[in-house]
Design a protein around this ligand. Structure first.
Ligand SMILES: Cc1cc2nc3c(=O)[nH]c(=O)nc-3n(C[C@H](O)[C@H](O)[C@H](O)COP(=O)(O)OP(=O)(O)OC[C@H]3O[C@@H](n4cnc5c(N)ncnc54)[C@H](O)[C@@H]3O)c2cc1C
Length: 414
């Protein structure tokens, strides 16, 4: 019998992974304050993710993983973000890399790369953003140079979560035989290569444990066997296999942050009593209204996220069929603003705006207490601010959505 999460149907496998994630999140929460205060990478959290089997969550069982889908990933990320949003950020990037790997890895790459990446006790990262193009992830200014023995990659990426800690990075760069900007190659680069150089220490206002510093891939030599898929398929494969889990995963993370802030706010307003009136904050109509508004926004967003997660899972089945028939690259190149991708864009914008609103209202009802360092809502205020600027930024996504509706050329076409 399907289980029910506020009207969202969960099969027993979804429910099981959600329970695992809840347990991990409870443990993450114990270390989250320290991770945030010290800007420390959540190593304990990564160990928990590995030991609980979550690192191979979205890899099909026949490829050695847990066989979960994007909906499972969203359920897990939502829980983890309630415990530690820094860890959830790194995990979202990890799943984005693993899903792409699982879709594209050859038999040899499954043995040599995918299985170790799942089991090595480290998370992996996708290093897409560059200083030049910023949040416009479809554009890369770096090239792969073809050598007789493979490739040389010289690429500066402006942000990569788990930077300096990642087992491997997936790195998109312009193909060596690139004709246009969307001819992108995808490489798997070993994080221990001495030419992989994280730059500085991450000191963000929020998500302080996410180690999201720049990384310089400084003339890294990469064997041909570490290229994923064909030499120019990167643009469409990122659309098909990274974008959906990345955008739904980020949305679930923002939802988790909002839920944590809301739960803290509800508990606070019940407990806080003014001495002159003898009444708790929860008796004030203004506060009741804030709580009601937050609940409405969270529920709306949760339903949208899980609807789009379901759509994305259906889309992946179709993409796999198209890939089998060798048609996926061609079809996505011709339709990167297909309504499906627009739904995926919408869900991130919607979750980001919801989470900023809910966290701001939670902050308001918690009053001066929430302004103090170490308060749960204070951390949410800082963590959630990344949502609108994480790529593609909400502004960019709205522009893409508007252009699709109006039939205007998309930025990557011009
Ligand atoms: C905590 C954190 C973790 C991250 N992790 C990763 C990671 O693991 N991998 C990775 O690749 N990247 C990562 N990033 C980078 C992120 O995804 C964005 O690429 C980055 O934040 C963009 O910053 P920028 O200053 O270059 O933005 P810019 O591109 O300079 O944009 C700045 C602002 O200009 C406006 N703007 C820009 N372009 C448009 C447009 N076309 N239309 C309308 N408005 C526009 C928007 O308001 C935007 O917010 C991370 C970032 C953060 C903060």
């Amino acid at each position: 019998m399907p289980l029910n999460l506020q009207g969202i149907a969960l099969d027993p496998v979804h429910a099981q992974w959600r329970r695992v994630a809840k347990d991990v999140a409870t443990k993450l929460a114990l270390d989250a304050d320290r991770v945030d205060r010290e800007g420390e990478y959540p190593t304990l959290g990564v160990n928990l993710l590995t030991s609980s089997g979550l690192t191979g969550l979205t890899v099909p069982k026949e490829k050695g993983g847990a066989g979960g889908n994007i909906k499972t990933a969203a359920l897990v990320i939502e829980e983890l973000a309630q415990g530690c949003a820094s860890c959830a950020t790194c995990y979202t990037m990890h799943l984005s890399s693993m899903t792409l790997m699982a879709a594209l890895a050859s038999e040899d790459q499954i043995e040599r790369l995918l299985l170790p990446m799942m089991r090595c006790g480290r998370l992996n990262s996708v290093a897409m953003s560059e200083p030049g193009s910023g949040n416009r992830l479809w554009h890369t200014d770096s090239y792969a140079e073809r050598l007789p023995s493979g490739y040389q990659i010289d690429s500066f990426k402006s942000f990569a979560s788990s930077s300096g800690n990642a087992g491997h990075y997936i790195v998109p760069v312009r193909a060596s035989n690139s004709v246009g900007p969307t001819d992108i190659s995808l490489f798997v680069i070993d994080g221990t290569d001495p030419q992989v150089k994280p730059v500085g220490r991450w000191d963000g206002m929020g998500l302080r444990g996410s180690a999201s510093t720049p990384v310089h891939f400084d003339k890294v030599l990469v064997p041909e066997g570490n290229r994923l898929g064909s030499e120019t398929c990167g643009f469409s494969m990122l659309f098909a296999y990274t974008l959906p889990i990345y955008q739904v995963g980020l949305s679930a993370m923002y939802l988790g942050i909002a839920q944590a802030a809301y739960d803290t706010a509800v508990a606070h307003v019940k407990k806080r009593i003014h001495s002159d009136t003898g009444l708790s904050l929860s008796k004030l109509e203004t506060v009741q209204r804030y709580i009601g508004e937050m609940r409405v926004r969270i529920d709306q967003s949760r339903h949208l996220i899980y609807r789009v997660a379901q759509m994305a899972d259906n889309a992946v089945v179709l993409f796999n069929e198209l890939a089998e028939a060798d048609l996926l690259d061609e079809i996505i190149r011709a339709n990167p603003d297909d309504p499906f991708f627009i739904e995926v864009a919408q869900v991130k914008v919607s979750a980001s705006e919801m989470a900023n609103d809910v966290v701001a209202k939670s902050f308001q009802v918690c009053g001066g207490s929430a302004y103090k360092r170490g308060h749960r809502v204070e951390r949410c205020v800082r963590d959630v601010r990344a949502s609108s600027v994480m790529a593609p930024s909400d502004d960019t996504l709205k522009l893409i959505i508007g252009r699709q509706i109006l039939g205007i050329e998309q930025p990557w076409e011009g």
